[in-house]
Design a protein around this ligand. Structure first.
Ligand SMILES: NC(=O)C1=CN([C@@H]2O[C@H](COP(=O)(O)OP(=O)(O)OC[C@H]3O[C@@H](n4cnc5c(N)ncnc54)[C@H](OP(=O)(O)O)[C@@H]3O)[C@@H](O)[C@H]2O)C=CC1
Ligand SMILES: O=C(O)C1=N[C@H](C(=O)O)C[C@H](O)C1
Length: 251
């Protein structure tokens, strides 16, 4: 399988480059990133998708949400499957992904790890049982270079919990300047940034007599890279449509 790495010079781009170089069935044929003068990769790097000359089967994207239009255009024009792992998309941008998936296969997930995708099921189940008597809060922690907050994963967890409760919750981000007590239907979402934390997500169910915490810690970026590779293998040759990591896990 021939892969184009979009955002190839970044933390995740470099992690994928290293791991894919050890695998036989998958090859990075080229990359796209802002800086084409770094010469850190053994494959050609372009500054724009328009310049790519290589034949590509799957594009894996770990870059920035502002690149979405060019990625969708490239995918549709060249019939290339897209594994979009970038976070920080607006609702409007997510809708553009759904629209484009009528023409090509697209897989999008804010977290490529198996563990986080299992956590989604656990917290949904726990919320249904506990919501009446427990307050639910999400705390995420990431490295000090992360651009978006809260994390895409925190929002994905919040949406899973809210869906399981028939969307009764209102999200409360950080509670800065609040002067009123917590309301029953609040879902607090809190972002911590510091040092080199790879990614931690904790869901706290705080009750009158006991607390329950469901927590996932990524120990290395390799977990996201292996998940993205698994997703690319799954997506290659699939029908047009919109897929998530749940589809990969259930396959
Ligand atoms: N789904 C998942 O499991 C995971 C998702 N992520 C997400 O992936 C994204 C990337 O993360 P990470 O690798 O840590 O970030 P980095 O900033 O290390 O890497 C992003 C790379 O994309 C480049 N880039 C930014 N804008 C453009 C553009 N317009 N055209 C071409 N290249 C561009 C950056 O260049 P420059 O540095 O010069 O701006 C950088 O080299 C983030 O949104 C992050 O949240 C991260 C880990 C796991
Ligand atoms: O930027 C990161 O590093 C990460 N971003 C993703 C997110 O926003 O949820 C996933 C992971 O936690 C690492």
């Amino acid at each position: 399988m021939r892969v184009l790495l979009h955002g190839c010079n970044g933390r995740m781009g470099q992690t994928l480059t290293k791991i894919i170089s050890t695998l036989n069935d998958i090859e990075v044929v080229c990359g796209v990133d802002k800086d084409t003068t770094k010469f850190i990769n053994s494959y050609p790097v372009y500054s724009k998708l328009d310049e790519v000359k290589e034949e590509v089967d799957v594009l894996i994207d770990f870059s920035n949400h502002t690149c979405l239009d060019s990625i969708l255009e490239y995918g549709k024009r060249n019939k290339v499957a897209l594994v979009i792992c970038t976070t920080g998309f607006s609702e409007e941008e997510k809708n553009k992904m759904y629209d484009a998936s009528k023409f090509i296969p697209i897989l999008n997930s804010a977290n490529m790890s198996l563990g986080v995708n299992l956590v989604l099921s656990l917290v949904s189940q726990a919320a249904k049982v506990l919501y009446e008597n427990f307050d639910i809060e999400i705390i995420e922690k990431h490295h000090n270079q992360k651009l978006d907050s809260p994390s895409g994963t925190a929002l994905m967890i919040a949406d899973a919990i809210n869906k399981s409760l028939e969307n009764v919750l209102n999200y409360s981000y950080g509670r800065h300047s609040k002067t009123q007590k917590r309301e029953k239907n609040e879902l607090g979402i809190h972002a911590v940034r510091g040092g080199n934390i790879v990614g931690e997500h904790e869901v706290l169910f705080a009750g009158p007599f006991e607390n329950i915490e469901i927590k996932h810690s990524a120990l290395s970026r390799d977990v996201f890279a292996y998940g993205a590779i698994k997703a690319a293998r799954y997506l290659f040759g699939k029908e047009n449509g919109f897929y998530t990591m749940q589809d990969v896990i259930n396959s």
